[in-house]
Write a protein that binds this ligand. Structure first.
Ligand code: ADP
Length: 159
């Protein structure tokens, strides 16, 4: 069985992420969405909230699993025996950071491959950061996040 891990902040999960996960399911038997907790970033949602949101969005897809880690991605990949790390690429601006990360992960754990998927046309402008900003100011997020995520954002910002 081929398992991929899709790591990220998912603060919150957007339809850009959902698209990458759905496309990954065509290549892998299972996709583990790995919520990586970063000490550097101030997050809007807790790990428990993120898990709940992901669970709701993928409630009809048994092949999508959720997990969280505070440690190194390569340690997770090694212990869970994942075949590949999946990442999404939007603009050129994503490339440099992703290239560095993939190269470092390859150095730390040569057996693991990082696979990149280009953002779909309709999603290339979507980022969690912009979603938080638009939500905070009461903007409409239809077609950008799942309706459940929009509801959770409204609750968070007491709109
Ligand atoms: P991180 O904080 O690690 O960048 P994110 O949750 O923002 O985590 O993103 C996880 C992965 O998904 C990254 O590889 C990112 O480039 C990708 N991604 C984010 N938004 C989109 C999108 N709209 N389309 C395709 N890929 C995306």
């Amino acid at each position: 069985m081929k398992v991929a891990v899709y790591p990220g902040s998912f603060d919150p999960v957007t339809l850009g992420h959902v698209d990458i996960i759905e496309r990954s399911l065509k290549l892998f038997d299972q996709v583990v969405v790995l919520i990586a907790t970063s000490s550097q970033k101030k997050e809007l949602f807790s790990v428990a909230e993120k898990k709940d949101m992901l669970r709701e969005v993928f409630k009809n897809e048994q092949r999508v699993l959720m997990d969280a880690t505070e440690g190194l991605l390569v340690d997770y990949a090694r212990t869970q025996k994942v075949a590949a790390i999946v990442r999404g690429l939007r603009a050129v601006s994503d490339f440099e950071y992703e290239f560095q990360m993939a190269s470092m992960n390859k150095r730390l754990y040569p057996e693991v491959e990082t696979i990149f998927m280009m953002a779909s046309d309709q999603n290339h402008f979507i980022s969690s950061q912009l979603v938080r900003e638009v939500a905070r100011l009461g903007g409409n997020l239809k077609g950008i996040v799942h309706p459940y995520i929009e509801k959770k954002l409204k609750e968070k910002f007491k709109l």
